[in-house]
Design a protein around this ligand. Structure first.
Ligand code: B3K
Ligand code: ZN
Length: 855
């Protein structure tokens, strides 16, 4: 497959100011008639090239005249038309079979609905079109369909007209006045019910809101609607951005390749990010709904009004929009806990990517298949880049920069460079060196050495940075890294002052005066930069910070580092005293000033995968054993506390208040440690929680805790859960996922069995991710020394690739991390990658990921 390079960008040869689409919809056979007003862009004589993927032109007309087959040809699926003039009307007719579209890109059928997904390159599966984001067009869309099966017809923009046709068919016309790239096109046809509401914008525009779902799911849409209204108000208040159409519709579909899609005025969602009720959704699910609804809504400005020039600029909209949704969720709940969660996500998903064979810059230089670049680097590291700029500028100058960005580029297809320049011009800052964050891949390592001179009262902090080599980038230049630090007095516990240091050279010395006694260093507070920090801090210093740091992230971090040091020391055969961890957990539990959600975060041991990331060679078995043993010790030594907390935190009735969510989180943590203590009544207590819970947060946590162990309660709970929820796909996903996540020696065999379960299907991406996605994130189980885990995932990739290559390709990265493991495991992983590569007819998606993973 061809490699596409950022440096090859050229402005389009032809523009398409207006598009008229006419869909005659039917799951088996849909026809699409497209009329494009095309205009030559600049002085050239190149033909018009309309991308197509699997399309056959049944008719091609130019300015009303049908062309003969000799007047056009196909080239790699694209329709090539030589055109004489400066502007023409081009008309094409194609046929689609939505019900046979298993890739879920373009127009497809899902649970009786017809819906579309066009980003990144799905529109070319619907009609011939220059499928690139810098072509902005006004769309008018007519849809006709059987009225009984598809009573609701939706598209982008505002509804214009509708009527009944012959043979039980009806039609509707929608117009979108805002020029948009074709990746934002959408339509939906189906039998849907609507949760209707309205929002009055800051300038007084009355917007009709609709969340469209299957009728039975209507009661599960209230949280999404609240989130939508809160998002609309938040974007007005914080960014001054107002919604711009008269309607805003959201549709939930069961089969979807990722979370959701920000189509203009018609967001289409994976139902797991819309539907929530206490019986089936956990607090994490509720937060996911809120965050994704906000994310897609915020795209209306950061993505739709200002879009991307080309797909190398993807982080322009995604990084910025993730940053916006993170801050929104923080404002809706707890800033401290949200930051901890976001950093955990970054470290779990992006750091491994950045240190492996698929590492790429936030603005990549090349790709084979753009779908493979919807990554944690583009999204989450991209958000961290915006966050660093916001920190360096301060809130006022940052918003001067974003205002300028939106004003300057409204209605345009922009670049990451445009964003940075708007920050510079609006915020009055020089970001020349900062731009390296967009260019250089790899997680910087910052080393911090603190020394104190009692005689002069001077503290020296020497910071140095190393950016590791990544594929195609052997040498790196030093970056501009904002590091927030504070120094604490050991006696008074006073903070000598918070400062943001700019590390811009390979090594740099910072001096602090008037510090009488050797202070404790708090560093990368709030996780001010997405880096790995190495310090010479003692366990005692970390214990101090875990009890007294006034930055909640740094406090959490100190606790995590304390735990990491113990566990990594133990695994590496250099035992470190564990009692500091037990003491720190105890202190945290009994500190009355802390809220429950924070406590629950702070006392949880680093994941097995994160521990693996701290080691030169990952030893999954040793990691599991050491972590398990420490968990047992914390559980056993503090057993009365766990018992008491678990009993005390039981709620009388369900609420979604932050306090109630925090209580559930901590109660689950208490149950976890109580069971880990080995107490004889552990499994029974877990079963009681499972059985009596009035919410999924406590029920699923209890199921997960039981699934890690061996008990009659485990078998019963797994069974009960299945029987209770097997009719609800989203909840049944949890049944698969919880078992695939289980830290149990037989997980790998269980996953093999579950892959043959009657409710398992490769046709639904959520189900695939629930089983194989979860399993490949379960380090101990996936890296079973037999190599069986690798084979299971490779089997799944091979079976899924012909059905849904995008989802198949997402399962490849865990196999590509072989360099991080011992020789036997590495060989077994490589063998599976080789086996995949030798499959004839492999998709571009899987091929790119596997080839890069073998390098
Ligand atoms: N923009 C979409 C992602 C599309 C993924 C295409 N492979 C959802 C989002 O980030 O909001
Ligand atoms: Zn997005």
């Amino acid at each position: 497959p061809a490699v596409i390079r950022r440096s090859d960008y050229r402005v389009p040869d032809w523009l398409v100011p207006d598009v008229t689409l006419d869909f005659d919809l039917d799951p088996a056979l849909t026809t699409v008639r497209a009329k494009l007003a095309v205009a030559r862009n600049g002085g050239h004589d190149r033909p018009l090239r309309l991308d197509g993927d699997g399309l056959v032109p049944l008719e091609v007309k130019v300015d009303g005249r049908s062309l003969t087959q000799a007047e056009w040809h196909l080239e790699a699926g694209a329709l090539i038309l030589p055109l004489p003039g400066a502007a023409h009307e081009v008309e094409t007719l194609v046929e689609l079979a939505p019900e046979r579209n298993s890739k879920l890109m373009g127009l497809y059928a899902s649970g009786g609905l017809l819906c579309t997904q066009c980003e990144a390159e799905g529109f070319r599966r619907i009609t011939f079109f220059p499928d690139r984001p810098d072509i902005l067009s006004r769309y008018s869309v007519r849809m006709a369909a059987d009225k009984a099966c598809f009573p609701i017809l939706l598209a982008n923009g505002d509804p214009v007209e509708q009527g009944d046709g012959e043979d039980g068919r009806h039609w509707a016309i929608w117009n979108d006045p805002y020029p948009k790239p074709c990746y934002l096109f959408a339509l939906v046809a189906g039998d849907l019910s609507c949760n209707r509401d309205r929002f009055v914008t800051m300038s007084g525009r009355d917007v009709q809101l609709g969340i469209w779902v299957k009728d039975a799911d209507l009661p599960r849409t209230t949280h999404a609607m609240e989130a939508l209204k809160n998002s609309m108000a938040w974007d007005e208040r914080v960014y001054g951005r107002e919604y711009d159409l008269n309607v805003f519709n959201i549709v939930a579909v069961a089969d979807f390749n990722f979370g959701a899609m920000e189509n203009k005025g018609l967001n289409i969602f994976n139902s797991r990010y819309i539907l929530a009720d206490p019986d089936t959704a956990t607090d994490i699910d509720y937060d996911g709904v809120e965050g994704v609804v906000a994310h897609e809504y915020f795209h209306n400005w950061s993505g739709n009004r200002v879009t991307c020039r080309d797909w190398f600029q993807l982080s322009l909209k995604e990084g910025f929009t993730v940053f916006r949704d993170q801050n929104f969720s923080a404002d809706m709940g707890s800033h401290a806990v949200k930051r901890i969660e976001d950093v955990r996500i970054l470290r779990a998903g992006q750091f491994p990517e950045d240190s492996g064979p698929l590492a790429h810059p936030v603005r990549p230089e090349s790709y084979m298949e753009i779908s493979n670049f919807y990554t944690a680097t583009i999204y989450n590291k991209g958000a961290e880049l915006i966050r660093m700029m916001a920190l360096m500028l301060g809130p006022e100058r940052f918003h001067a920069g974003t205002d300028l960005y939106f004003d300057r580029h409204d209605g345009q297809a922009a670049t990451c460079e445009d964003f940075v320049r708007a920050m510079e011009d609006g915020g009055n800052i020089d970001l020349t060196q900062f731009r390296l964050w967009y260019e250089q891949a790899g997680t910087p390592r910052v080393r911090a050495l603190l020394s104190h001179d009692a005689a002069t009262g001077r503290v020296n902090l020497v910071l140095s940075q190393i950016i590791p080599p990544t594929p195609g980038q052997p040498e790196k230049r030093p970056m501009a890294i904002p590091i927030r630090v504070a120094l604490f007095d050991r006696e008074s516990r006073a903070n000598h002052g918070d400062e943001t240091l700019m590390l811009t050279r390979s090594e740099q010395r910072f001096t602090f005066q008037n510090v009488a006694t050797a202070p404790v260093l708090s560093i990368n507070r709030g996780f001010s930069a997405p880096v790995i920090v190495d310090t010479n801090r003692s366990q005692a210093d970390l214990a101090f910070l875990s009890a007294h740091d006034d930055d909640p992230f740094a406090r959490y971090e100190a606790m995590q580092q304390l735990m990491v040091n113990v566990l990594v020391g133990q695994i590496g055969g250099q035992p470190v005293d564990e009692s500091a961890v037990v003491d720190a957990v105890r202190q945290t539990l009994i500190d009355p000033a802390l809220d429950s959600a924070f406590v629950a975060e702070a006392i949880r041991l680093p994941s097995e995968a994160y521990l693996g990331d701290q080691m030169p060679i990952v030893d999954p078995d040793a990691i599991h054993d050491a972590r398990d043993a420490l968990q047992h010790r914390i559980g056993a030594e503090l057993e009365p506390l766990w018992r008491d907390m678990h009993a005390r935190l039981r709620a009388n009735s369900f609420s979604l208040s932050p306090a109630a969510k925090g209580a559930r989180k901590l109660r689950n943590a208490a149950l976890h440690y109580l069971v880990a203590s080995g107490a004889a009544d552990g499994p029974l207590t877990a079963f009681e929680q499972f059985d009596s819970a009035d919410n999924m947060t406590e029920r699923q946590a209890a199921l997960g805790i039981l699934a890690n162990g061996e008990s009659p309660e485990r078998i019963a709970a797994v069974d009960i859960f299945y029987n209770r929820y097997c009719a609800d796909a989203l909840t049944l996903d949890k049944w698969f996922q919880t078992q695939a996540f289980a830290l149990h020696p037989d997980t790998v065999d269980l996953v093999e069995k579950l892959g043959r379960h009657k409710d398992f299907t490769l046709n639904n991406p959520n189900r695939v991710r629930a089983l194989y996605g979860a399993f490949s994130g379960n380090q101990w189980a996936f890296h079973h020394r037999s190599g069986k885990g690798y084979r299971l995932v490779a089997d799944c990739i091979l079976a899924l690739d012909p059905i849904n290559p995008q989802t198949a390709a997402r399962l490849v990265p865990p196999l590509g991390r072989w360099k991080r493991f011992d020789a036997q495991r590495a060989a077994l992983m490589q063998a599976q990658l080789q086996r995949i590569l030798s499959q004839p007819g492999l998709s571009k998606d899987v091929m790119e990921q596997v080839r890069k993973s073998l390098d």
